[in-house]
Design a protein around this ligand. Structure first.
Ligand SMILES: Nc1nc2c(ncn2[C@@H]2O[C@H](COP(=O)(O)OP(=O)(O)OP(=O)(O)O)[C@@H](O)[C@H]2O)c(=O)[nH]1
Ligand SMILES: [Mg+2]
Length: 534
């Protein structure tokens, strides 16, 4: 039997993050292909080429081609240089949605991983969400590996992209591999640490692993001519500027190893996977509410970072995703739920691979495990075996969009109510209620309006209820108390609600209204909600 310490050493747990459309789900799929978890990229091939990826399984995601929810995948991978006797590396990967409206989900994932892979579209460079996410990673001390993706399409030059990141983010890229061929003419990668050249060959539709030929500099120069010379010179320039990989600086968040890729053609994907195994940190301890660090080899503990239902049309169960922080997990073990102090049985524990799942019997720090029908669990919760531990909660974002929701027919009230409770507990939106509006038309509070579309789409597909959304004229919320509620309700442009967690929220039409009321009634309780990640 291997020890917990050995198991920890071979695990890597990371999120793939980026501005929308940089290729996260395509890269996730490419990584799974390289680990031979799927035999072809593009799970469904339609006329228009790839239709969906292993991580985008919700109807709305398939229809729109965007990810609206994060998805976890676990797989084993044996890097090229490892022998068959070595236990493979265990990869826990979470594909996140790029759209800002779903950034709360992405943020929760970032509280549960040890590293992040940041994708950047070679043509677009830094985009608004890229900047925000880099800041979140810095703030949380998450080391970042940067991937310049879509190198098969025309884009900026490598040095332009590197400069942009250094200057605007203050993070120094240290490319491990340098592209040979300009963006749009992707021939291969110069491995800057060995000086060798990796030439890729395209496969039909990029469905299979791209064959590689590895050669020395002389053979590369003979084959690629000026393109090789240009790559070598630019790489030498980076070395002169001190932009070579340094593990300590990477872990300290000062530098970021960089790779160039085409997730669509499967170029640079093996290099990313091996970089993750070689350089990304293994699971580390986590600081609890008292400031004590729970080390990976301590008794079992885990954090819940996501709750999601409706994965399977035939059984609408609810899955709570926990990331194991410490100790060995054995299915069936009875642990304690820190928030309630109650025992929690883990009979139905599953490893997840997109929408597929399989029973998991043992798991270790870094692993993401799904607990089925864990209705008591919410994002941010802690599970443990003695000694007791509780990790800090995940702050929820301050909503800025508010709409009322109602079913179009009265006869489906029960399903409507059930569906709302479900989506509320997952944190898809926050649900607010007051006596005036009644239970039939709760108010939904969201970070971005696309969350409302997810609500209507899921109420339809999972609960068979047609609903309509009516945007309300409120733009910001403050936490208040029972003493202040009456006065606030008398004010124009203000309405008080109870959130499901019991908090009283006052909604305001705009900040001027809020400022005016604060000035006129300085005695009222009006506290800002926990700020967003920025
Ligand atoms: N040419 C080219 N297209 C790519 C590459 N990677 C992804 N794409 C395409 O870019 C589009 C977006 O890809 P996704 O993988 O869905 O992007 P994403 O980052 O997951 O998007 P969100 O989850 O919505 O943020 C799709 O049409 C992909 O086929 C690449 O390396 N080269
Ligand atoms: Mg995606």
């Amino acid at each position: 039997m291997s020890s917990v310490a050995d198991e920890v050493k071979r695990r890597r747990t990371f999120a793939i993050i980026s501005h929308p459309d940089a290729g996260k789900s395509t890269m996730t799929e490419a990584l799974a292909l390289h680990a031979r978890m799927i035999s072809e990229a593009g799970a469904i091939h339609g006329k228009a080429g790839r239709k969906s990826t292993v991580s985008d399984w919700m109807e709305m995601e398939k229809a729109r081609g965007i990810s609206v929810s994060s998805t976890a995948l676990q797989f084993n991978y044996t890097p090229a240089g490892w022998s068959d006797d070595d236990e493979p590396a265990v990869i826990n990967l979470v594909d996140t949605p790029g759209h800002a409206d779903f950034s709360e989900d992405t943020y929760r994932v970032l509280t549960a991983v040890d590293a992040a892979v940041m994708l950047i579209d070679a043509a677009k460079g830094l985009e608004p969400q890229t900047l925000k996410l880099f800041q979140v990673c810095r703030h949380r001390g998450i080391p970042v590996i940067t991937v310049i993706n879509k190198w098969d399409r025309p884009g900026q030059t490598p040095l332009e992209l590197i400069d942009e990141i250094s200057e605007r983010i203050g993070l120094t890229p240290t490319p491990l591999y340098f592209p040979v061929g300009i963006a749009g003419d992707f021939r291969g990668l110069l491995d800057r640490r060995t000086g060798r050249y990796i030439h890729f060959t395209r496969t039909a539709g990029g469905a299979k692993i791209a064959p590689e030929e590895i050669m020395d500099a002389e053979a590369a120069a003979a084959r690629e001519g000026d393109e090789w010379v240009a790559a070598s010179e630019e790489s030498a320039l980076l070395t002169e500027m001190g932009q070579d990989h340094d593990q300590e600086l990477f872990l300290a968040g000062e530098t970021s190893p960089m790779i160039f890729s085409s997730a669509m053609l499967n170029f640079g994907v093996r290099q990313l996977l091996e970089t993750l195994v070689e350089l990304a940190p293994a699971p580390a301890g986590r600081t609890d509410l008292d400031g004590t660090v729970r080390e990976p080899t301590d008794p079992f503990s885990a954090v819940v970072f996501k709750v999601q239902a409706g994965m399977d049309a035939s059984h609408r169960d609810r899955l709570a995703y926990m990331r194991i922080v410490s100790g060995e997990f054995e299915r069936g073990m009875v642990v304690t739920h820190a928030q309630t102090g109650k025992p929690f049985a883990t009979k139905y524990a599953q490893a997840v691979f997109g929408r597929d799942r399989s029973t998991v019997d043992t798991a270790y720090p870094g692993d993401v495990v799904g607990l089925v029908n864990a209705t008591a669990l919410a994002p941010g919760d802690t599970l443990f075996n003695d000694p007791r531990v509780q990790f800090p909660p995940i702050p929820s974002f301050a909503p800025e969009h508010f709409s009322s929701l109602r079913a179009t027919t009265a006869d489906k009230y029960k399903q409507f109510r059930k569906g709302m409770d479900q989506l509320d507990s997952e944190g898809v939106v926050q649900v607010l209620r007051n006596d005036l509006r009644g239970d039939a038309s709760p108010v939904l509070a969201a970070v971005g309006p696309m969350q409302f579309e997810v609500v209507t789409a899921r109420l339809k597909s999972e609960f068979n209820v047609d609903t309509v959304i009516d945007p309300l004229g409120y733009t910001l919320a403050r936490r208040t108390d029972a003493e202040s509620a009456d006065e606030l309700n008398r004010q124009r442009g203000v309405e008080v609600f109870t959130r499901t967690d019991g908090a009283l929220l006052a909604l305001f039409s705009d900040k001027w209204r809020l400022q005016y009321i604060e000035k006129e009634h300085p005695d009222l309780t009006l506290e800002p909600l926990v700020a967003t990640a920025d």
